[in-house]
Design a protein around this ligand. Structure first.
Ligand SMILES: O=P(O)(O)OC[C@H]1O[C@H](OP(=O)(O)OP(=O)(O)O)[C@H](O)[C@@H]1O
Ligand code: HPA
Length: 253
């Protein structure tokens, strides 16, 4: 063996080692009972998230993202538990899962799949029907304040049913406020809301859903079907967009 390699290699190797792994810090809280008592996972304001170098990001978005906030695998694990809570609460009752498009489509698909898996594998099961509505209010990273219903099924079908509204994010809460107003006029038997994300923001009207995946800081996030002017829906992880991305995909109007 060449002595020169023995002397220099270890130094170089440990340098690469530090860069190419994910560190779980000594003071990482893990996901313990204190957090479970809140019934959702809180991503704190000072959470560093994860370097995008640690995950597979589509090439076309690499320079447009600041960091990964919630990796896809973590989202999937959390949805599994939400599905279990929902099956426990609705057992035998039967529900219509109402997908709020477009942002909710991936969460809806994954949640319905997990509920179906539980239906097949547990003694108890929840009969499940699906319906869709499309609401739109955001331009760039801001709500226009005008929440429009731009498509969906005939909602009269929901009369007398247990409706589970499936939403991607509650930010100000105005979209959900509008939707609940519409749904109440149809007189379903019950309405529950599950949202993958709830944003901690001063702009909130104070609405909280019945089931929450994660509570997140007041930052604009994209991925897992959440968009910025229709971009980033084709990104698996929930990420924070950066200035480059905001400028590149800003609305032209
Ligand atoms: O709590 P709020 O401040 O009202 O924001 C939440 C809503 O904003 C997004 O919809 P968007 O209008 O962007 O339409 P999209 O689902 O088609 O992306 C998101 O999907 C929620 O429906
Ligand atoms: O942070 C967000 N990201 C994407 N869409 C949204 N709609 C409301 N808030 C957000």
């Amino acid at each position: 063996m060449c002595p020169a390699i023995i002397c220099t290699r270890p130094v170089q190797l440990s340098y690469y080692f530090i860069i190419f792994h994910l560190q779980i810090s000594d003071d990482s809280p893990g996901y313990n009972e204190a957090i479970v008592l809140l019934f959702f996972l809180q991503i704190s304001d000072d959470s560093p998230g994860y370097s995008k170098e640690m995950f597979c990001i589509p090439r076309h978005y690499e320079e447009d993202l600041k960091r990964v906030l919630i990796p896809a695998g973590f989202i999937s694990d959390r949805i599994e538990r939400l599905a279990r809570d929902i099956v426990r609460d609705f057992e035998q009752e039967g529900i219509v899962a109402l997908c709020v498009l477009k942002g909710g489509y991936k969460f809806f698909t994954d949640l319905v799949e997990k509920i179906q898996q539980l239906n097949s594998n547990l003694g108890k099961s929840v009969p499940l029907a699906v319906d869709f509505i499309r609401l739109k209010s955001y331009v760039d990273d801001t709500s226009s304040g005008e929440i429009e219903v731009v498509g969906g099924d005939n909602l009269e079908n929901l009369k007398g049913k247990n409706v589970l509204v499936v939403e991607d994010i509650i930010d100000t809460g105005r979209t959900m406020q509008k939707l609940l107003g519409i749904l109440n006029n149809i007189h379903p038997k019950s309405i529950k809301v599950v949202s993958l994300l709830v944003k901690r923001t001063k702009r909130s009207i104070g609405y909280r859903p019945d089931y929450t995946g994660f509570e997140i800081p007041d930052i604009f996030i994209v991925g897992y079907a959440l968009d910025y002017n229709e971009y980033f829906r084709d990104l698996n992880h929930l990420c924070e967009i950066n200035e480059t991305g905001m400028k590149k995909y800003a609305s032209k109007s």
